[in-house]
Design a protein. Sequence first.
Length: 360
Amino acid sequence: MTSSVYIHIPFCRQKCYYCTFSSYPQLDLREKYLDGLLIEIEKRYLGEKIKTLYIGGGTPSLIGFEKIAEILSKFNLEENAEVTIEANPESTTNAWIKGVFDCGVNRLSFGVQSFDDKLLKQIGRKHTVKQAFDVILSARKIGFKNINVDLIYGLPMQTMSDVSASVITACELGVEHISSYGLKIEEGSKFFRERPKSLPDEDMQADMYLKLCEITEKYGYKHYEISNFAKNGFESKHNLNYWNAENYYGFGCGASGFEGQTRYTHENTIEKYLENPLNLTEKEILTKEVQLEETIFLGFRKADGIDVSAINKKFGTDFEKKYFEILKKYEKYLKKTENGYAFTNEGFLISNYILSDFAE
C-alpha cells in the first residue's frame, strides 16, 4: 500500500549556485507541464488513501494556487493528511499563501537558506532577509501552524557567528521545523564550475553542525534526523516515510518513487517528460539484500536510529551477529537504544563513512 506522494515542479527563475536539482527557467512551459502532470496522476494513481503529500521543486510558488488546488483534488487525502508545499520568499505573495491554505495545504516549507543578505547574494538567492520575514509572518497570520525553514551552513565566507545568527533567528521566529544542510558542491552546479573562495573546511563545517544542534536544543527543538529539527509533534511525516523505507509515489519531471520492491525515476528534462509523462527512465527491482542495506542507511539518519527486532523480522536475519565487527569498530559513535542503535551527533558527522561499511 502506497500512502505518500511526492510531486515535482521543475521551474525556477534562476538556479542557485549550489543547485543540481531538476529545475529550469522555461516558465512558458508551465501550462503544458501541468497538463502532463495531471495526465500522469490520473493514469498512475490507484486511489489509495494518502497520508502525506509533498509538492517540491524547483519553485512550486511559481505555480498559481488554482493549479495547486486542481492537483490536490486528484488525490484521496486522509482527513489529517500532512500536505506540504515548498516556496521561495521572492515568488510568494499573500494571495498565493491564502490560496494554497484554502485548498488544503497545511505545511509550508520556505527556502530561506540564510538570514544574511550578503550571503544570500553570494549563493545566487533572489530574496532578501526582509522578504523571508514577511512571508513567514504572513503565513502565520493566514493560519499556517506548521512552517519549515531551510538553512545551509558551510557557505563561502560564512563564519560560525553567521550560522549561529541564522539558526537563532529561525528559532525566535517560532517556526515549527528547521532543516539545515551542509553545503555540498556537486557536479553540474555553478559552484562546481567556478569554485568559490573562502569555503569553511571540513572541521569548521563540522563545528557549525554541532553548534546548530546545540542552539536548536536550547530552543526546545528535537533533533530527530541528521539534518532536521522539530518542535514536539511537528516532525515531517512525509520525510519520516522516506527514512522508514516506506513506499511513495513520485510524479513529475525528475521525480523518483518507490512502490512495492521497485524504485523508479522519471525523465529529467521537461521536454522529455512531456513526450510521455508515463515513461520511466530507470526502473529497478530491489533485492532483499539491497532493501536491507537501504533500511539500515535510512534508519540511521533518524536520531532514534534503527529497530533491530523489526529488521530481523522483516529480513530474516540476526543484525547484531551479521554486523558485530562493524558495531564494535564504531562503538564510540553509536549509542544503544531501547530498540537498537543510533548515531551520536559525532557519529552523524561521519555517517557516510560508517555506513559504507554496512554495504560491504
